[in-house]
Design a protein around this ligand. Structure first.
Ligand SMILES: Cc1ncc(COP(=O)(O)O)c(C=O)c1O
Length: 445
């Protein structure tokens, strides 16, 4: 079967709302960082299934764990009875979590429902209702997590009202920094903006939780300035507000640490969510929090028939083994340094490459109009399309930011090959050789 035929047939029965369209390919198989489509074309994957396959496609240890568990027991609902892999994983994952003191967790099936659960526990524990989150955040696609998100108008359009009690403050992204501002001045100004709702209409003693991606993913792969996050963290503590982080995209070794919050000194969340790569992409998520917070609700406040399923939790145990045994944190950090050098070289060479941010194998590379320095969605789109033609899968976020998140097991040879393709695509753009003017990717309006 051909890619186009399958896509054409699928289109008859599949919702437009459920795919952000990039390239016409139907994936058939994957191994490590290599994907193959149904026509046999091979691609180097720089997206890792949206950072949900950090251990690479079909890692043999994970496949083996899934197979063995499936032969024994595929499912019995953890809502009623325990199963061994889930029980073992609960202990292992709470011990790995960057939470100060005893922690507990509750399972989910997706990052979205884990963030909903986080809101339930925060409200349950504090007896307060309000939730503060950040513009540019993507927390998921259920009503609760959508209400906390602020990254695409299509996530609100025609579906309101979203949940009440949600307030958004601006994330301190570098593009909001004025050229004349020092980092400290920028942090102070953004913190004043953070406090504005609290000073004017939002009583801090009614706020249950502040929820943040310490490094925003879909917001542009961008790290909050350390001083800023510290101020927010201290503000939360001063007012009895829980401090919560979303590690769904940036956790599980992506940034060269287990959790992106470990890129900041001395910050320990009260609550956090994890998903995506937790079970190498099988549907498993968790909300993890201080014991007393997670104990604040009684069953069935947060049960799902399939959450904590034996196969997904066995896959998660194997995923953690792989990250430890193959030293993927160190690998992410080391290859991230190499990637930063490469993209900085591209910035020197091509005037449309703007800010380069890299935290382990986790990068956001801005594509800008050299005359204005503003986002250039058209050029970014042409670049990723050309890369696709040349055998590399990379997508954009915010329209103009190249999203660089390869599987952490990518070999150095594959990485070098991908760099050659990126350089070639940029050279093609610089010399007017790319003809592509379709609108693809995240809607920017
Ligand atoms: C930071 C973050 N949180 C939550 C989610 C939602 O996860 P899921 O798509 O598994 O519901 C995502 C998905 O992209 C994400 O990037």
């Amino acid at each position: 079967m051909k890619n186009q035929e399958i896509l054409h047939d699928e289109d008859e029965s599949f919702a437009s709302a459920s795919r952000i369209k990039y390239f016409d390919m139907v994936i058939e198989s994957g191994e490590g960082a290599i994907l193959k489509d149904v026509e046999g074309n091979e691609y180097i994957d720089l997206l890792a299934s949206a950072s949900s396959t950090n251990t690479g496609h079909s890692h043999p240890h994970v496949v083996d764990a899934i197979t063995k568990q499936a032969q024994k027991l595929i499912q019995y609902t953890p809502a009623y009875f325990a199963n061994l892999p889930a029980a073992q994983l609960a202990k292992r994952l709470t011990e790995l979590a960057p939470i100060d003191g005893p922690a507990e967790l509750s399972w989910g099936n997706s990052g979205s429902d884990a963030n909903d659960a986080l809101i339930k526990f925060a409200r349950g524990y504090t007896g307060r209702q309000d939730v503060v989150s950040f513009t540019g955040a993507y927390h998921g696609s259920t009503y609760g997590s959508m209400s906390a998100s602020g990254v695409s108008l299509n996530m609100n359009r025609k579906m309101g009202p979203l949940m009440s009690g949600f307030y958004k403050v601006p994330f301190p992204s570098p593009w909001y920094r004025e050229p004349y501002e020092t980092e400290d001045e920028f942090v102070d100004r953004m913190f004043e903006e953070f406090k504005l709702p609290f000073d004017t209409y939002l009583p801090a003693d009614e706020v249950a939780v502040i929820l943040i991606e310490p490094i925003q993913g879909d917001g542009g792969i961008v790290k909050a300035p350390e001083k800023y996050l510290k101020k927010v963290y201290e503000f939360a503590h001063e007012h009895g507000i829980l401090f919560a982080i979303d590690e769904v995209n940036q956790g599980m070794g992506r940034t060269g640490k287990w959790w992106s919050i470990q890129q900041f000194d001395g910050i320990y969340p009260d609550l956090m969510t994890v998903g995506k790569s937790l079970a190498s992409g099988l549907p498993l998520s968790a909300v993890i929090g201080k014991k007393e917070i997670i104990e604040s609700l009684e069953a069935p406040a947060n049960v799902y028939t399939t959450a904590g399923n034996p196969v997904t939790t066995a896959a998660a145990m194997a995923t953690i083994d792989v990250i430890e045994d193959e030293h993927l944190l160190e690998r992410s950090e080391r290859l991230g340094v190499k990637s930063k050098v490469f993209f900085d070289r591209m910035k020197e060479k091509y005037n449309f490459v703007g800010d380069v941010r890299m935290y382990g194998l986790d990068g956001g590379i801005d594509i800008v109009d050299p005359k204005t320095g503003k986002a250039d969605v058209k050029v970014a789109t042409k670049l990723i399309y050309r890369m696709f033609e040349l055998g590399v899968i990379m997508i954009t976020v915010r329209g103009n930011v190249l999203r660089f998140q390869p599987p952490l097991v990518i070999t150095e040879e594959q990485l070098e090959k991908a760099f050659d393709v990126i350089d070639q695509a940029m050279d093609d753009e610089a010399n007017g050789r790319i003809q592509f003017d379709k609108t693809i990717g995240w809607s920017t309006d």
